[in-house]
Design a protein around this ligand. Structure first.
Ligand code: PMP
Length: 431
């Protein structure tokens, strides 16, 4: 031990990557925000109460009674082979076909993000991500000391011309672009979805630049109208690594996700996974496998869609009715989130303490950028609260925004009125 501080005597011993890992300064506020009187439009927690819990209990019990010795034992680093076959049935819904050997089961898709980055990225390598992007992915890229470059989006997601330009500029600066990380369907946090033509353009750009696409698709089956969007991976098995998860279609607490990857990459991912955790939980995998084999999982996904559609409608109707002029938001066609832009001059990070005091919480936009942008934005999640609570939350938020507008007219920008910012990555409980 050399040096350090009284609070943490080991600080000088840490790897350089550990210095980039910081808890958000807004974490303390969220301790208050989780009180029952606060309407939280912050967390992205799936509404697991919509599951038939008695059926799941029975399923989990049956696994233990009938296959306990296997469920409680170590398993394969790549994941249970029957489950991998069943995963292909699920990914078939978004057009992804593969061999079960091309799949690795992971502890949530979060772990797959970690493994892919571990396999592909050296410190200083560039990862292109959407502007804004998923906070949990930014945390992984930061942990591996990648340089994150944000690429502009519009109402149809990542803009192809901006992607091509970002690749050219980054390469011209002598940097190596290792991955394009994208959430094409029902984006977290932006709430937008790439159309088919846009997907084809993005794929073509990645192919001609020779850069792998990391396609993160935890919400793909949670669309509110029509068929699920066709995955990018459905049209190229070599250029795309596809990540999926049962967190939103069954239960996030089971922690079962997966990656579909080209053969060589998949082999490396398995080696990386074995080094990290030896193998994913057999008990969780067998429970998911039994659930898929014996329960009407497609019907259950329909139920989830209906629950979330009703909540999305409650959010959009009340935003439309109550938000002051100059406020804009995206219209999600699925998933959990809408991305709100405040009127000019307002700052979502500075506003958060006043929102929490008015008993409503959201995640400020800066959490979804690695470069301090997003101050005028915030993410609203409609997945967890009941529709009535969502309406009440929006009413409270509208009051706060109106208050901010009055204050800025008197004192200048809300940025100057108090600041709890920090552009560090928010804690995982905000995802
Ligand atoms: N990717 C995205 C875009 C997410 O929103 C989430 C969870 N919020 C994850 C990955 C991780 O999900 P899990 O590890 O539960 O599969």
């Amino acid at each position: 031990m050399s040096g350090g501080s009284r609070l943490d005597p080991w600080v000088d011993s840490y790897a350089s990557r550990a210095h980039a890992m910081r808890a958000s300064e807004i974490r303390a506020l969220f301790a208050v925000a989780s009180r029952p009187e606060v309407v939280s439009l912050a967390g992205g927690m799936p509404f697991v109460q919509a599951l038939p819990l008695d059926m799941l209990t029975e399923t989990a019990q049956r696994v233990l009674v009938e296959r306990g010795a296997q469920a409680l034992q170590y398993g394969s680093g790549q994941g249970d082979v029957t489950l991998r076959e069943q995963i292909l049935e699920v990914t078939g819904e978004v057009g992804v076909t593969a061999h079960p050997d091309d799949i690795i089961v992971t502890t949530g898709s979060q772990m797959a993000l970690d493994l892919v980055t571990r396999v592909f990225c050296d410190p200083g390598d560039v990862v292109l991500v959407e502007a804004p992007s998923y906070v949990g992915a930014l945390g992984v890229f930061q942990a591996y000391e990648c340089e994150v470059v944000h690429v502009a989006m519009d109402d149809e997601g990542l803009i192809p011309a901006a992607l091509a330009e970002a690749i050219a500029t980054t390469r011209a600066a002598g940097k190596r672009v290792k991955m394009i990380y994208t959430i094409p369907s029902f984006h977290n946090p932006a709430g937008v979805t790439q159309g088919p033509a846009r997907r084809a353009e993005i794929l073509a750009i990645a192919q001609s630049a020779g850069i792998v696409i990391l396609e993160d698709d935890p919400y793909g089956l949670l669309g509110f109208e029509g068929e699920p969007p066709r995955a990018l991976r459905a049209d190229d098995g070599e250029a795309v690594i596809y990540l999926g998860s049962f967190s939103k279609t069954i239960a996030s607490g089971l922690r079962v996700g997966w990656a579909v990857a080209p053969h060589g990459v998949r082999e490396k991912l398995v080696l990386a996974a074995e080094a990290a955790v030896l193998c994913p939980s057999n008990y969780a995998q067998l429970t998911v496998s039994e659930y898929l084999a014996t329960q009407p999982w497609r019907e259950q996904i329909k139920t989830f869609r209906e629950v979330y559609r009703e909540r999305r409608d409650a959010l959009l109707e009340s935003l439309q009715a109550l938000m002051p002029e100059g406020t804009r938001w995206t219209i999600p066609a699925g998933g959990f989130y809408s991305w709100l832009t405040l009127p000019e001059g307002l700052d979502a990070t500075a506003m958060l303490p006043r929102a929490v005091a008015n008993l409503v919480a959201y995640v400020p936009g800066t959490g979804f950028y690695s470069n301090g942008e997003g101050r005028q934005n915030l993410r609203l999640s409609y997945c967890y609260p009941e529709p009535e609570r969502i309406r009440e939350g929006v009413r409270r938020l509208a009051q706060v925004i109106e208050g901010e507008l009055e204050l800025t007219q008197t004192f200048g920008t809300s940025h100057m009125l108090g600041d709890v910012s920090g552009t560090s990555v928010p804690s995982p409980d905000l995802q």
